[in-house]
Design a protein around this ligand. Structure first.
Ligand SMILES: Nc1ncnc2c1ncn2[C@@H]1O[C@H](COP(=O)(O)OP(=O)(O)OP(=O)(O)O)[C@@H](O)[C@H]1O
Ligand SMILES: [Mg+2]
Length: 261
């Protein structure tokens, strides 16, 4: 089983939009997929038209696997299930702080579902907390949407610094540009700078698009409602790129192989 987190310290950067479309793409690709909503806001639960689970509290989430499994709901799509969030998840950090092996609890819990699922996609809340550290330890790939602005550049450096200090595997940290507007000079300059500074930046870029905003109205993945739209194609490309990376092949290597290098 693989675990992919959609994570950023920053809010409103496209984590949920990405998690939903990646999870859908993976399920379409034949993987038994669970999207795990870790954000008390419950946005991905809302997009999938699933009611919040009021019974699953922050403490039972980590200690009662049976209750957690009972709270997993089917979605409208084959092979795609969802574990919805609720407001009680705001107490995760307080709970985790009092537990032994407090940074490894999420990893242990999710791996206990490995007979049922091939992939877990985590929709993460914005911030950097003990829950975030659990997310870093649990995930094979931490996908970070970055809006190309100087402030995002700074926040991404903070995240890299945290990984370094905490001896976490920086290889698993995979940023990509989100809400890209080609006509903005700052977006173009920041993209160039950040690609130079961080070689593992994913090639896929998701454009700024009202189609993504409209997901709040349709409450379906963009890949369902407008699969040929530029943003949907970008999410599909992002999923392919993640698959290639998890097989140890980068886009550059693929291109090199095609070019006969
Ligand atoms: N590529 C995009 N183009 C235009 N709007 C977008 C795009 N991606 C996301 N949005 C919109 O921006 C807002 C924030 O997106 P989203 O909820 O995915 O971000 P988030 O990082 O999960 O936010 P939060 O930190 O609050 O959980 C939403 O209204 C969403 O519709
Ligand atoms: Mg979100």
């Amino acid at each position: 089983m693989k675990i992919v987190a959609c994570y950023s310290i920053k809010g409103g950067v496209g984590k949920t939009a990405t998690a939903i479309n990646l999870a859908y793409a993976a399920a379409q690709d034949g993987l038994r997929t669970l999207i795990c909503d870790l954000d008390p806001q419950g946005a991905s639960s809302y997009y999938f038209r699933v009611r919040p689970s009021t019974k699953l509290k922050a403490d039972t989430f980590f200690t009662r696997r049976d209750r957690l499994v009972r709270n997993i709901k089917g979605s409208d799509y084959p092979r795609l299930d969802i574990l919805p969030a609720n407001l009680a998840y705001r107490d995760f950090d307080q709970m985790l702080a009092g537990m032994k092996k407090s940074r490894l609890r999420l990893s242990q819990l999710l791996h206990s579902l490995s007979d049922e699922y091939d992939l877990v996609v985590l929709d993460c809340p914005p911030n950097i907390t003990i829950l975030s550290e659990n997310i870093f330890h649990a995930s094979d790939q931490v996908v970070v949407p970055v809006i190309p602005t100087t402030l995002s550049q700074r926040t991404f450096s903070q995240l890299l610094g945290f990984y370094k200090e905490s001896n976490l595997k920086r290889k698993s940290l995979l940023p990509f540009f989100s809400m890209v507007e080609q006509r903005k000079r700052m977006h173009n300059e920041v993209r160039q700078d950040m690609r130079k500074a961080y070689k593992r930046f994913l090639q896929s870029e998701v454009p700024y698009s009202v189609d993504v905003e409209n997901m709040g109205v349709t409450r379906e993945p963009l890949l369902v409602t407008q699969p040929r739209s530029p943003a949907a194609l970008a999410f599909t490309q992002l999923w392919r790129e993640l698959k290639q990376r998890s097989n140890g092949v980068s886009q550059g290597e693929l291109k090199g192989a095609k070019d006969g290098d």
